[in-house]
Design a protein around this ligand. Structure first.
Ligand code: SF4
Length: 346
């Protein structure tokens, strides 16, 4: 379906950074199918910085809605703002009843989404929600919303891409007293989801020692949120040359620093998807999750996943209490990937 009339559509963005990035191909496909469409988004303050770097998105309505809370009054106020903008259609990406409510209040005539949490009345273009075990990838799952329910989805979807600004990257590096004349390796040792997605801190520390030994002129920093600070601190206490910037940067500043990274060594986390969309080389470490379902969307990514018999279990904590999917992922394997990236890019 091709349309040439100017229309404004609204996206209710996912609540996780990684999911927001895996939704970007959907935004690109909507723009391809409807070249004159304008896309605005409703997003949490946490996810908004990555949407602001997506060229497909014009404007963002920031929400401070607490996760899991109904907060009807706040939703009503937001819906009143949206009603004034008179959007012709909306795509609702979170599958909660609450996110559908905003659209219903806002009077947007065409409301597209998956039938999660009994949203039959709130959505009027309803895609049947496949079981998680039947979904092939998150990117295809979101991209399907651009097409009629049940339609065949092209496999060659555009990859997520965030805009970068080199001068901003240099400015932010100076703000954190990082030497911009030497190369940077970024560790992302956290994962909000839980320990079954986190490579052990001792392994990160051993990797840092190997880097220091082979590439003594390269600076290593750890990035993440305040919740990742303790994990990164354990690594920095073991290897004091590592700068622990977890919780010290905004997401925007973290993006600016990743832009300069020669390699990003990362768990399966939101920052992994950020690094992929910033087109930085990545060594991505998977434990309880599945890189076929939520891969780093970049040709510059190397994935380490042991694919044990028990994996993927998608658990936050190891139900078998041994975390072998991550503990047995050896430092040497990861260093070999990192080494080959650094050598190839010299
Ligand atoms: S059960 Fe297996 S895949 Fe799941 S966390 Fe434990 S070791 Fe990892």
């Amino acid at each position: 379906m091709q349309s040439n009339t100017m229309r404004c559509a609204l996206i209710i963005a996912p609540n996780w950074i990684g999911d927001a990035l895996m939704a970007q191909p959907l935004f690109a496909v909507i723009k391809q199918l409807h070249p004159k469409i304008v896309l605005d988004a409703v997003a949490s303050t946490w996810v908004a910085p990555v949407l602001a770097r997506m060229p497909e998105i014009r404007k963002i309505y920031l929400t401070s809605l607490a996760h899991g809370k109904l907060q009807l009054w706040k939703r009503w106020q937001l819906a009143c703002d949206l009603r004034k903008a008179a959007y012709s259609m909306a795509y609702v990406l979170p599958n909660s009843l609450k996110s559908g409510l905003i659209l219903k209040f806002s009077g947007i005539p065409l409301r597209i989404g998956y039938t999660g949490e009994s949203r039959y009345i709130l959505l009027n273009v309803r895609h049947p929600n496949p079981l998680k075990s039947k979904r092939t990838s998150m990117v295809l799952y979101y991209a399907a919303l651009a097409y009629a329910p049940g339609a065949k989805i092209p496999r060659d979807l555009p990859l997520p891409r965030l805009t970068t600004d080199w001068s901003e990257s240099i400015r932010v590096s100076h703000r954190f007293n990082l030497n911009t004349d030497i190369s940077l390796i970024v560790f992302c040792p956290g994962a909000e989801y839980g320990p079954a997605k986190r490579w052990p801190t001792q392994h990160f520390a051993a990797l840092a020692r190997m880097i220091n030994h082979s590439f003594p002129y390269i600076q290593v920093i750890a990035l993440g949120s305040l919740r990742d600070r303790t994990v990164a601190q354990a690594i920095a206490e073991d290897v004091p040359s590592i700068r622990n910037l977890c919780g010290k940067t905004s997401l925007d500043e973290a993006c600016a620093l990743i832009t300069r990274a020669s390699v990003v060594v990362t768990n399966d986390s939101g920052l992994m998807h950020v690094a992929a969309a910033l087109q930085r080389p990545i060594v991505a470490l998977y434990g309880s999750t599945d890189p076929r379902y939520t891969p780093p969307l970049s040709k510059l990514a190397k994935v380490q996943w042991l694919h044990l018999k028990c994996s993927p279990c998608f658990a936050r904590e190891c139900p078998l209490h041994h975390f072998n999917c991550l503990r047995e992922l050896s430092v040497e394997q990861v260093f070999n990937d990192l080494y080959s990236i650094l050598i190839a890019n010299r």
